[in-house]
Design a protein around this ligand. Structure first.
Ligand SMILES: [Zn+2]
Ligand SMILES: [Zn+2]
Length: 148
């Protein structure tokens, strides 16, 4: 699938995808969209746009292409925890603060949260993600309910 960039994209006029990004997408069994473009060391996929020397984050391009503009100042959070994933339904625009709290913003790189404040693991069994995409610790929730 190729086509002109929608007008709501934030890119400068004259920029156009230099390659067919959607054509390189493969849908994995878990629903994530992989890409023939290789992710960088941090796991992000970058792409070039014609007329621009910058490399663009492919998942942001994909989100804006399919869903719509990312509000100014917001960053994309991958709900699936797969930074290379290009499936817009796995993405949610959040503030940078939220993204750091969730443990995978750039500054959280070194202190990635794998546990809740009380030290329970944020693993598949113990983690509950609410509709806003926030993680909750099931053990803490249970203890809180018992006390009240
Ligand atoms: Zn995904
Ligand atoms: Zn906990």
């Amino acid at each position: 699938m190729t086509g002109p960039l929608p007008t709501h994209l934030h890119y400068k006029r004259g920029d156009a995808p230099h390659m067919d990004i959607l054509g390189g997408v493969s849908i994995r069994p878990d629903g994530c969209w992989g890409h023939t473009l290789k992710p960088n060391r941090k796991g992000y996929v970058y792409m070039d746009l014609r007329g621009s020397r910058k490399h663009w984050l492919a998942h942001r391009v994909m989100y804006e292409w399919i869903v719509g503009p990312i509000p100014k100042g917001l960053v994309i959070d991958h709900l699936c925890r797969n930074r290379g994933c290009l499936n817009p339904s796995h993405m949610q625009p959040v503030t940078i603060g939220e993204n750091v709290l969730r443990g995978h913003g750039a500054s959280a790189e070194n202190s990635r949260k794998t546990n809740c404040l009380r030290g329970h693991p944020y693993d598949a069994q113990n983690t509950y993600v609410d509709r806003a995409g926030k993680r909750h610790c099931r053990t803490c929730n249970r203890e809180r309910q018992r006390k009240s």
